[in-house]
Design a protein around this ligand. Structure first.
Ligand code: HEM
Length: 259
């Protein structure tokens, strides 16, 4: 139970008691009317590290990748005098190495992590999640607000979209290392990715796929950030802070599908 005398729950300067008229005028809920909350530790450090390393490296890969594809600073004079393309490529490949390291950690965590981070919480493999998918869609289409199923981890639409993002990043890695291998024929990357260009119907299609999928990632980022802020504001259950601290405060009286 929430203790109404608990000073941290009171606005400063009220001496622990909110006069009724003040509460009414300022719409401050009386502590006794607040629901009870509990803290759940969801995202342990490997998942948070993977998330932030991916966020930073994907941003670097997008900015430097577009520069590699079509250099946009053309007023700097001869390439040999500033080495800008060299830096863009170096950063692109350094970020590529880092995102591969993050991916290895994530794959390990798919099997070693808690139930909210495991492969079964990412792929919608359970009948329950397929049933709830439609309810989630109705909620986001503003058709039926109360139909939203409660999940501590990813709801079915998140499961599907994050799986898709992981697949896109994997294809980016495969196509990226295929192009990277071209600079050293007969070398490790060239040999390891020899099957890719024939599969795609030529190296130009490999490059086109690498470029086109970048746009899909660009579409995902603002949606992802918007929906995270939106959930934070609408649900008031600490969605945003969970990816920093690892945990969320959730209402004690709500039953969660994935608990
Ligand atoms: C989320 C991940 C990634 C994104 C968003 C991304 C984005 C891009 C873009 C937009 C281009 C320019 C394509 C064009 O129009 O020609 C590019 C080029 C390239 N990317 Fe990536 N990339 C990613 C991951 C990788 C990875 C993992 C590698 C592996 C080494 C890689 C290696 C390359 C190479 C070799 C090129 C061509 C460089 C050149 O021609 O000098 N990329 N990337």
């Amino acid at each position: 139970m929430i203790d109404p005398k608990e000073p941290r729950l009171q606005p400063a300067g009220t001496g622990g008691v909110i006069p009724e008229e003040v509460a009414e005028a300022t719409h401050i809920p009386h502590p006794e009317s607040l629901p009870e909350y509990r803290w759940v530790y969801l995202w342990r450090w490997p998942l948070r590290v993977t998330h932030w390393v991916s966020a930073i490296t994907i941003t670097v890969l997008i900015v430097t990748g577009f520069y590699i594809g079509a250099p946009y600073f053309t007023t700097w004079g001869e390439a040999s005098s500033h080495y800008l393309m060299g830096w863009a490529r170096f950063l692109h490949f350094a970020a590529a190495g880092l995102i591969v390291a993050a991916a290895i950690l994530r794959v390990y965590w798919l099997f070693a992590g808690n139930k909210w981070a495991r492969w079964s919480s990412l792929l919608p493999v359970q009948a329950r999640d397929w049933r709830n998918l439609w309810r989630t869609v109705k909620y986001y289409l503003l058709v039926r607000q109360e139909s939203m199923p409660h999940y501590l981890g990813h709801h079915p639409l998140q499961q599907l979209s994050y799986t898709l993002i992981y697949l896109i990043v994997i294809v980016q890695m495969v196509t990226g290392f295929t192009m990277y291998g071209l600079s050293n024929p007969g070398g490790f990357f060239h040999t390891a990715t020899a099957w890719v260009a024939p599969l795609f119907g030529g190296i130009q299609t490999v490059r086109f796929t690498h470029h086109a999928l970048t746009w899909l990632l660009i579409t995902f980022i603002p949606l992802h950030v918007y929906l995270a802020f939106r959930a934070d504001v609408m649900d008031r259950e600490g969605e945003m802070s969970s990816i920093f601290s690892g945990g969320r405060f959730v209402r004690a009286d709500v039953k969660f599908e994935d608990e």
